[in-house]
Design a protein around this ligand. Structure first.
Ligand code: SF4
Ligand code: SF4
Ligand code: FES
Length: 283
């Protein structure tokens, strides 16, 4: 290809196809946009351009596409969506690379395992609920000076650090064949409180997923966090617990933080078995 041809290709506008949805439970639909190409664009800058252009490729005036983001550096997980069929963060999805892999168009969709709030914004509340289910924290709340915590061994630190990088993005859940979407429709005149309670009850019956399993292992291996190990193991052996995992290993393949999720799942399986046996012999 000549330099002139290469420049023309470079300057060609991007075709961007977006799966839109006006609100929870509404029918999704597709819109195609033409976006001027600039150097160093990522998917967030495409969405900003679409908002500024305000019309589809055939001139139909439309509302800006809604999406979520926070850190813009793959730390918060909020901007996760399905881009050209792959779940990932939109802030680090560089146009240059996307176009070289798939030149015709860039396709943006919301994650399919979470209820859509609007367009590319989803409700990851179920994921945060699973962290509550496994008590994914270190219990140190107190008005008293509790002194310095117990020292962690180098081996513990090496095992825990990778797990501590989870940003609750949801990629592992999107890719997991065992993690099925749960969407609870709001009843007319239902109070916020009643709706949230009904949603939480439905979520609590579903598979807990790789992210929460891994966080349970992180905090069970923490010198102070292990105080809640029995409660975490109880959640891991309950409905939707670690036994639901079919070991397909899709989760580990898509985790942007390369967290060794299958190792966590294997550890959780062992922990759950020991917990169940202990309960049996303690009766
Ligand atoms: S290994 Fe388990 S959690 Fe991971 S994708 Fe497979 S079924 Fe889901
Ligand atoms: S384990 Fe990885 S893919 Fe899953 S939520 Fe955490 S960072 Fe995202
Ligand atoms: S905006 Fe935080 S991960 Fe993309």
């Amino acid at each position: 290809m000549s330099t002139a041809q290469a420049n023309t290709t470079k300057a060609a506008p991007l075709k961007v196809r977006v799966r839109r949805q006006d609100g929870p439970g509404q029918e999704p639909y597709w819109q195609l946009f033409s976006v001027p190409r600039e150097a160093d664009m990522n998917v967030i800058s495409i969405l900003q351009k679409i908002a500024a252009i305000g019309q589809t490729i055939d001139g139909q005036k439309v509302t800006p596409v809604a999406w979520d983001c926070g850190c813009l550096e793959e730390v918060c997980g909020a901007c996760t969506m399905v881009i050209n069929g792959h779940v990932r963060q939109s802030c680090t999805a560089l146009v240059e690379k996307l176009v070289s892999d798939q030149p015709d168009e860039i396709v943006l969709e919301p994650m399919s395992k979470f209820p859509v709030i609007r367009d590319l914004m989803v409700d990851r509340g179920r994921l945060f609920g699973t962290l509550k289910r496994v008590k994914g924290w270190v219990p140190v709340d107190s008005y008293n000076d509790m002194g310095p915590g117990e020292r962690q061994s180098m081996q513990q630190q090496e095992q825990n650090y990778p797990l501590s990088q989870c940003m609750s993005c949801g990629c592992c859940l999107e890719a997991c064949p065992q993690y099925l979407k749960i969407e609870v429709e709001r009843k007319p005149d239902e109070s916020d409180e009643a709706y949230e309670q009904r949603k939480a009850a439905a979520y609590d019956k579903g598979f807990i997923g790789a992210a929460a399993i891994s966080q349970a292992m992180l905090f069970n291996n923490h010198p102070t966090g292990k105080a809640l190990a029995d409660e975490r193991n109880e959640a891991l052996t309950g409905p939707g617990g670690v036994q639901v995992c079919g070991n397909a290993q899709n989760c580990v393949a898509v985790c942007p933080k390369e967290i060794p999720l299958t190792q966590s799942i294997a550890r959780a399986g062992r922990s759950a078995t020991i917990h169940t046996l202990k309960k049996f012999f303690d009766r």
